[in-house]
Design a binder for this molecule. Structure first.
Ligand code: ARG
Length: 464
């Protein structure tokens, strides 16, 4: 047990206490960020004359070697010996370069150190998530471009409502994931300030140049209150909330794919590479990836709730409770990245059964609204038209037929306003093609949106 704080103590820590207190098992993944932060800190200390250049060079060399050796596997992080990643790096540095290594922590506390490490790590995760969202948007847009005239039913209450196109349906998800990307940008901008130099909570008496440290690590500047700097986990909460929202979107999309893939619908076929079989029922091909993405949504919500609850009621500034931020944050980050990657692969390879989708769009009176609108065009007030078409639908249900299959005589019995042009007015093509308001499924309207979204993708590179 190599502790950084033994001086004040007269007894060894109890083993179980030590293990309970330790975070090395999960914060070891912060090693690159920890070393990057130390490199910036030492460079700043030397610039300020707090360390000599030769001390700086010795420490930097030692830090870089630790980083390389851990990467190559020649240096193994012994979890039983170190409390956290910060202790590991510092103790290893001292063991390797001697007393100069003991100067690394001048003007720094583990409180601002861990605050920095988590920010650096999270900043990278925000970028990676943004890149995966962009890849998903590209896959969605590719499907939209090919399917501006692929008809399918649109639903409300999971009941057939009005006909739409596949491009239109996918377009809804494009907007959702576009907002998710915008959230990434917002979070990145808001979090990109450097807490290093806040010390334990009250800054330090050394003449640190916090602006310089911030600049070295690509931050927009230093944070402005040293208490807040070590106590703030808002950026993590915001990120987890954004991740939870991504999962909510992925889960809704997954649910639809599961429904479309069902025997009853058969709108899509998921590629073999993204489905699994049953150990007992040979006919099965299950949409496991979509189901798991839907399932893992609960887990990411849990991560967010856990962190919010941990932070609730913590007095300023640092409290050990905050060490609990890591496992849940890492879990959410890992889970969402996996889900985005697999989901994108699944929809890229999924096949659409366009015939079935079109037939389904024609059934279920999806043209009833258009039939009512037709009568409005012939001078019938909308409310009356609604009632007439309601009767017509009832008549069709009794006769087990559809509006467009009725003869003009049958139609005229219900309203003498019906003419020959009714058939064209209620055809699937007309129903969709005439919906041309901005954001509607009509192919012409849709193509304009697709162009706009293409431009959006071209103009919005991955953050950073
Ligand atoms: N492992 C700690 C954490 O993750 C590092 C900070 C420790 N600071 C302290 N004062 N005990 O929060």
């Amino acid at each position: 047990m190599a502790q950084l704080w033994g001086g004040r103590f007269t007894k060894e820590t109890d083993r179980m206490v030590y293990d309970f207190n330790a975070s090395i098992g999960f914060d070891k993944r912060l090693i690159s960020q920890d070393i990057e932060g130390s490199i910036a800190h030492v460079s700043m200390l030397a610039k300020q004359g707090i360390l000599t250049d030769s001390e700086k060079n010795l420490i930097l060399k030692g830090l870089k070697e630790i980083s390389e050796d851990v990467k190559s596997g020649t240096l193994v992080i012994d979890e039983s010996k170190y409390e956290d990643i910060h202790s590991f790096v510092e103790a290893t540095l001292i063991a390797r370069i001697g007393d100069t290594g003991k100067k690394l922590h001048t003007g720094r506390s583990r409180n601002d150190q861990v605050a920095l490490d988590m920010r650096l790590y999270t900043r990278e995760q925000v970028k990676e998530t943004d890149a995966l969202l962009k890849a998903l948007l590209e896959a969605i847009l590719a499907t939209m471009e090919e399917n501006t005239e692929t008809f399918m039913p649109g639903f409300t209450h999971l009941q057939k409502a009005q006909p739409i196109t596949l491009a239109h349906h996918y377009g809804a998800y494009f907007e959702m994931f576009k907002r998710d990307r915008q959230r990434m940008t917002d979070i990145y901008r808001r979090m990109n300030y450097c807490p290093l130099g806040a010390g334990a909570l009250a800054g330090t008496t050394y003449p640190l140049d916090r602006e310089y440290s911030a600049e070295l690590m690509g931050f927009d500047g230093p944070t402005l209150n040293s208490m807040d700097s070590v106590a703030d986990r808002d950026y993590l909460i915001e990120f987890l909330a954004a991740l939870a929202t991504i999962m909510m979107h992925l889960s809704r999309f997954s649910e639809e794919i599961i429904i479309w893939n069902s025997n009853e619908y058969q709108f899509v076929e998921i590629d073999d590479a993204y489905s699994t079989g049953s150990s007992i029922m040979p006919q099965k091909k299950n949409p496991d990836i979509a189901e798991l993405v839907r399932g893992k949504t609960g887990r990411v919500y849990g991560d967010l709730m856990s962190l919010l609850t941990t932070m609730k009621g913590l007095p300023l500034a640092y409290n050990k409770d905050m060490q609990e931020d890591k496992e849940v944050a890492f879990d959410a980050m890992d889970t969402v990245k996996d889900c985005l990657t697999l989901f994108t692969g699944m929809i890229r390879t999924m096949k659409f059964k366009k015939e079935r989708m079109a037939v389904s769009a024609m059934n279920g009176f999806t043209n009833a609204t258009d039939a009512a609108d037709y009568l409005v065009g012939k001078g019938v007030p909308f409310r009356d038209a609604h009632g007439i078409i309601g009767k017509l639908v009832l008549y069709c249900i009794e006769k087990n037929t559809s509006i467009d299959a009725l003869s003009l005589n049958e139609l005229k019995e219900i309203s003498d306003k019906f003419e020959d042009d009714i058939y064209d007015a209620v055809s699937l093509k007309t129903c969709v093609n005439k919906r041309l308001t901005i954001g509607a499924p009509g192919p012409e309207a849709m193509r304009k949106v697709i162009e706009q979204n293409k431009k959006y993708l071209a103009e919005n590179e991955i953050i950073g």
